[in-house]
Write a protein that binds this ligand. Structure first.
Ligand SMILES: CC(=O)[C@@H](O)[C@H](O)COP(=O)(O)O
Ligand SMILES: NCC(=O)COP(=O)(O)O
Length: 240
């Protein structure tokens, strides 16, 4: 079974663009779970441009499904995760100024660092996942860090699939098979969407969880806009 975890960063982006609390990130997390989401993902960045550290704390009491916090394990992030104690922490090697995540870990080069960080989270009862490119030696390197899971960085797959190249899934199949053999749990995310998710899922063995945010929020706008316009029109025309 593959779980869907909804990444709510973009809801915070919209909120922050106006100040105030609309849309309400905590209410949105409650609602996505009510609608069937099996997890909530956030990715607080050091500049807090979307999810703020306080959001991570405020979400803790309402996320009753899997709570996944992603980020680069700098000290402030580690302190936050150890305080909030989500179900899972996903370690992502983002530069501070990255617009969005753009690469997985070099699990060989950063092995010692990852081993220490992963141990600390696991000792506090938090499952760990590390973000990796679909490269066999990086998956093998991830296993050597002691992590519970890896998250395959799916941007390259999504890009190739959108161009009509189904072969782009091949490295992900090979990486998934290796992760399964090594008994590493398998997650995936980045640029997954209604267009590509079924093809990805059907090809990837042992996929435990996908986290989806950007496309899911955009699709919700497209699929909801007709309904909302009709609702406005009904209200405007109710008193001619
Ligand atoms: C690790 C990953 O792929 C996602 O967390 C993605 O980075 C979302 O972050 P942004 O919403 O800041 O783009
Ligand atoms: N881990 C990936 C994630 O949380 C969402 O990525 P995206 O769907 O916003 O690209």
């Amino acid at each position: 079974m593959t779980k869907l975890s909804v990444n709510i960063n973009k809801i915070a982006t919209l909120r922050n663009s106006r100040g105030g609390n609309v849309p309400n990130v905590v209410q949105f997390a409650k609602d996505v779970q009510r609608f069937g989401s099996e997890g909530v993902t956030i990715h607080p960045r050091p500049d807090e441009r979307h999810i703020r550290y306080q959001d991570a704390r405020d979400l803790k009491p309402v996320v009753y499904t899997e709570y996944n916090i992603e980020g680069n394990p700098i000290k402030s992030f580690m302190d936050l995760v150890l305080e909030v104690k989500p179900t899972q922490v996903t370690l992502v090697p983002d530069a501070e100024d990255a617009i969005t995540s753009n690469a997985g870990w070099d699990t060989l080069k950063h092995k010692d660092f990852l081993v220490d960080v992963i141990k600390e989270f696991q000792q506090n009862g938090i499952r760990t996942s590390i973000f990796v490119d679909p490269i066999l030696k990086q998956v093998e390197g991830a296993k050597a860090t002691g992590t519970d899971r890896v998250e395959l960085y799916t941007e390259a797959f999504a890009h190739e699939y959108a161009l009509g190249n189904e072969e782009g899934v091949r490295p992900y199949i090979e990486s998934a098979k290796l992760a399964n053999e090594l008994e590493l749990g398998l997650n995936a995310g980045h640029d997954l969407s209604l267009d590509n998710i079924e093809f990805f899922k059907k090809n990837i063995p042992g996929l435990l969880e996908v986290s989806i945010g950007h496309a899911l929020v955009a699709e919700s706008l497209y699929l909801g806009v007709e309904n909302v316009i009709q609702m406005y029109l009904r209200k405007l025309k109710a008193h001619p």
